[in-house]
Write a protein that binds this ligand. Structure first.
Ligand code: NAI
Ligand code: MG
Length: 356
């Protein structure tokens, strides 16, 4: 089993080294190889996703990714910006299914932005389609309007599109995931206004015929945004397009206490995956040793479960994380009165000790 380790920028190296430490404490052995990515790779090799890094990722069973980006690269041309590395990896590896579980751990119920009774026991899974939608649809650009409300004015436009196989495969992923959980899928769309999402709804409904044991619910995205803060526990698996998934998953992250707690997985149809925390490179706290490494450690657990066929080891890591939270250890982002403040490395060490 080979893991490509891509720490990246900002807090990336700090949090990834804690996850590597935790993986090293398991009795399962992996081959791990690191390479630069993002701004770090731009500095070292002049490109955010150098050929050697891409090759390493392509040849690995799984990729453990930190985060990329820093304000200092804002003036670079778009193709050389750190963020292009993650887009390039998704594209090259065909990673189309983004899993973002939002779990509110018992010990962090008080850290959520919602009332404790709304989030206690929360365990939902957002599955975001990652290759289609308005983010990649062509044509796009700027022009002088030939028609519309302001003919002759300068305008910008993007194209929202989804192909049937693209919707079918993400729907299958969602139904399969729901089968192993609460057996309910909520497909989020905007079918009342957008043809792309009427098509989405039709195709998801067709695929559902193969999964009669799973309940399917359709919901408009505006209502879903409201229900996520009104009664989040009513959801089990949410499946949606690229843009709605981007927004709803950030909304859901706040239910759990801190963005520093949220892992993610991006998978292709060969079970190869890229695993990363949901947050970015947090340049504001980089180098200070205070970043929460738990989202990255929990991403490593997802990696063991989805790509490396080690569900037992994954469960051990998740149990160890709960144990350190129960011990009252908290990085500053989740700290509250009466708990013990620890740094990044101390948190990683505590997880390793809890594993033993
Ligand atoms: P961010 O997620 O990096 O930070 C947002 C806020 O959350 C900051 O105050 C930060 O200190 C805090 N935070 C994030 N992770 C934390 C952790 N593990 N522990 C404690 N606090 C944490 O988002 P922001 O500031 O919008 O973006 C910073 C850079 O990250 C940008 O260059 C952006 O493009 C990049 N980015 C990269 C992503 C990726 O690599 N997949 C995803 C999102 C942003
Ligand atoms: Mg986002």
């Amino acid at each position: 089993m080979k893991i490509a380790v891509l720490p990246g920028d900002g807090i990336g190296p700090e949090i990834v080294s804690e996850a590597v430490k935790v993986l090293g404490a398991l009795d399962v052995k992996f081959e791990m190889e690191a390479a630069p990515v993002g701004g770090a790779a731009y500095e070292a090799a002049g490109h955010p996703l150098p050929e050697a890094t891409l090759k390493l990722a392509q040849g690995a069973d799984a990729i453990l990714f930190g985060a990329v980006g820093d304000w200092k690269y804002d003036t670079l041309e778009r193709a050389l910006r750190p963020e292009q590395a993650i887009l390039g990896l998704r594209k090259a590896l065909g990673l189309f299914a983004n899993f973002r579980p939002a779990i509110c751990y018992e010990q962090l119920v008080g850290a959520s932005s919602l009332k404790p009774e709304l989030v206690a026991g929360l365990d939902i899974l957002i599955i975001r389609e990652l290759t289609g939608d308005i983010y990649f649809g062509q044509p796009r650009g700027r022009r002088t309007a030939a028609d519309g409300h302001f003919p002759g004015a300068e305008e910008a436009f993007d194209t929202m599109r989804y192909a049937r196989p693209e919707i079918e495969r993400i729907a299958r992923v969602a139904f399969e995931a729901a089968r192993k959980r609460g057996k309910k899928v909520t497909s989020v769309d905007k079918a009342n206004v957008l043809e792309t999402f009427q098509f989405w709804k039709d195709v998801v409904t067709e695929v559902h015929k193969d999964y009669p044991d799973v309940e399917l619910q359709h919901m408009y995205v505006d209502n879903a945004a409201m229900q996520l803060v009104k009664a989040p526990k009513a959801f089990d698996v949410i499946v949606t397009g690229n843009m709605f998934g981007d927004i709803l998953s950030d909304e859901a992250s706040m239910l759990t206490g801190s963005i520093g707690m949220l892992p993610s997985a991006s998978l292709n149809d060969r079970k190869q995956g890229l695993y990363e925390p949901s947050h970015g490179s947090a340049p504001d706290i980089a180098g200070k040793g205070v970043a929460n490494p738990l989202a990255t450690i929990l991403s490593a657990a997802m990696m063991l479960r989805f790509s490396l066929n080690q569900p037992e080891a994954a469960g051990r890591i998740e149990a160890a994380v709960q144990k350190v939270l129960a011990q009252g250890l908290r990085t500053p982002d989740i700290w509250s009165e009466g708990t013990t403040r620890v740094g990044t490395a101390q948190m990683g060490d505590a997880v390793v000790n809890a594993l033993r």
